[in-house]
Design a protein around this ligand. Structure first.
Ligand SMILES: Cc1cc2nc3c(=O)[nH]c(=O)nc-3n(C[C@H](O)[C@H](O)[C@H](O)COP(=O)(O)OP(=O)(O)OC[C@H]3O[C@@H](n4cnc5c(N)ncnc54)[C@H](O)[C@@H]3O)c2cc1C
Length: 519
């Protein structure tokens, strides 16, 4: 224990100014707590930041589409009043196919199997709505004895019961199933099945045939239901604008946000977290320390295993945290032209996932430490909706490229250039002439994502999103209610319930726990 007195004393220190850390800070400050947010990076936003990647070209460096942030959170925190607006909402999806044609994917009347798609979509949204409380609320413990926890289980049971017999049976049947089998039951078109399956595996270590991939699809659809009908959206100014608005609302309520402030360790006295020490040596005392860094970073690096029970440490160390999604950014001197695509469709997102077999084959490589020979992609051209992101007449292409395993055989140092070349070759086949228009490129493989956003393994969800790492099991039993097993220490990042994506609920729920426990 150091004898140096802390330079500053606050009620709450929040580690990390990603969107969850900022949402947590905003709720805590509005509840009257003095709050200091410490961000190691030079800017706020974490994996939801906008930054320049080539002179004059800006991009959402991690997340690029907003679809799961609950309307309630956006309203409670008055994000619009704090500057958040959308450059586009309800962005349509178009699948790019191998024969240089394109397929419009729209449940409300797409080009193919329209009636079957509408019926499937309506049912999946009903089923997803039933799991909504599990996404929005603090998970009760399996054997939680408090009335609030019993009520929470009851609430979940009621939502399932209200589905009615047929839908309830269907949810139980498909809940742990793979999306490949589910979509085979509903559709003929390989192109439609490929596009629908990709949403189930985006950001996860899953292929369409992986058991549990229906659950990840329901998770995404439930998030969209909570977001209140905005569909896929592009914030004006990029994803960083969400975090700017969160920081603004937090600061208006009295919170302080510091960048370039890397936390070296969480200080402990007796059996309680008492504050943090920065890399600079500065110490800050706090009644509550709330970390949005991933669970391995928070508990094993910043706190240290010696303060935790050996079994708990083992469970944290075993969490699956290796990312498989890479991010590709292109600076272009003109708008890209995709074969067979009406230019207006560039306002939406484009998918390269022409069939479920294509995605599964792409995934096969990742299982053995290779990148996909033919990757799947989610592509946006954000400058079509928001010209402020590039110099006049110029454009940005932002793509999530799967699969790119964190641990690549031969290493990413030599692998990055080859994977970039492969991704550009694939894009060129769909958009002939694209290469000639490229001014600058950037490819972030999972180790780059780990370095830039300080996420162990560079995983989209911090901790793999799977049934065994969800709800009351997330990140592990014993820390599922945002409380670490050390008094005064809380978690509030994507590694907690409900999981990753730009949602903000983990931050909100953690703040509620902290306010209940620190009067
Ligand atoms: C490539 C990629 C694409 C994605 N695309 C989408 C998408 O389109 N839509 C979507 O909804 N989601 C997407 N996601 C997921 C989403 O970006 C994340 O799940 C979400 O941003 C996590 O937010 P967070 O606040 O929990 O954590 P983070 O954003 O990871 O923030 C944690 C913060 O803590 C800071 N930190 C860590 N350690 C310390 C320390 N010692 N001291 C101080 N600060 C520290 C970090 O610097 C970081 O700023 C994507 C993710 C990736 C990686």
């Amino acid at each position: 224990m150091s004898t140096v007195p802390p330079a500053k004393v606050v009620d709450c220190v929040v580690i990390g100014a990603g969107h969850n850390g900022l949402s947590c800070a905003a709720y805590l400050a509005r509840a009257g707590r003095s709050v200091l947010v410490l961000e190691a990076g030079a800017r706020i936003g974490g994996a939801a930041a906008t930054r320049e990647f080539a002179p004059g070209f800006r991009v959402s460096a991690g997340a690029h589409l907003l679809h799961s942030m609950p309307l309630r959170l956006r309203t409670e925190l008055r994000l619009e009043a704090h500057g958040l607006s959308m450059a586009a909402e309800s962005m349509p999806t178009t699948a790019l196919l191998q024969d240089a044609s394109a397929l419009v994917i729209d449940a409300a009347g797409g080009a193919i199997e329209a009636a079957a798609h509408a019926a499937y979509d309506a049912r999946m949204r009903r089923l997803a709505a039933a799991i909504l409380p599990a996404l929005l609320r603090t998970p009760p413990r399996l054997q939680g004895r408090s009335w609030s926890e019993r009520l929470e289980w009851l609430r979940l049971a009621m939502r399932l019961r209200l589905l009615g017999r047929r839908d309830m049976r269907e949810l139980l049947r498909i809940g742990a199933m793979n999306v490949f089998d589910l979509l085979q039951e509903h559709f003929e078109s390989e192109a439609l099945k490929g596009a629908l399956a990709f949403d189930a595996v985006l950001g996860t270590h899953y292929g369409p045939r992986s058991p549990g991939s229906v659950f990840t699809l329901l998770y995404r659809l439930a998030g969209q239901a909570a977001a209140g009908g905005m569909g896929l959206a592009q914030p004006k100014g990029g994803m960083g604008a969400v975090c700017e608005a969160l920081a603004s609302t937090a600061c208006a309520a009295g919170a302080e946000v510091r960048t370039g402030a890397s936390v070296a360790r969480i200080t402990v006295e007796g059996d309680r977290a008492t504050g943090v020490e920065l890399q600079s040596g500065e110490r800050i005392a706090a009644r509550a320390v709330i970390s949005s860094a991933d669970p391995k970073t928070t508990l094993l690096c910043l706190l240290g295993a010696r303060h935790l029970d050996a079994g708990f440490v083992r469970r944290i160390a075993q969490l699956r945290t290796r990312g498989v999604a890479a991010k590709l950014h292109l600076a272009l001197d003109r708008a890209p032209a995709f074969a067979g695509l009406d230019a207006r469709r560039l306002r939406g997102r484009l998918l390269i996932a022409p069939s479920m077999h294509y995605i599964e084959r792409a995934y096969d490589h990742a299982k053995y430490g290779e990148y996909s020979a033919a990757p799947a992609m989610e592509i946006t051209v954000p400058t079509i909706n928001d010209a402020s992101l590039a110099p006049p007449g110029r454009h940005v292409l932002s793509a999530i490229v799967q699969y790119a395993p964190y641990t690549l055989t031969g290493g990413w140092e030599s692998g990055r250039a080859r994977f970039l070349e492969l991704a550009l070759g694939l894009l060129e086949r769909h958009a002939p002439g694209l290469r000639e228009s490229i001014v600058a490129t950037e490819l972030l493989a999972p180790p780059d994502i780990e370095r830039e956003f300080r996420i162990t393994g560079g995983h989209w969800h911090h901790v793999e999103l799977a049934l065994d790492q969800f709800h009351c099991l997330r990140p592990v039993p014993g820390a599922s209610r945002y409380r670490a097993p050390l008094s005064g220490l809380f978690l509030c990042g994507a590694g907690c319930s409900p999981g990753g994506g730009v949602i903000g609920t983990a931050g909100r729920n953690a703040a509620l726990q902290v306010t209940q426990e620190t009067h």
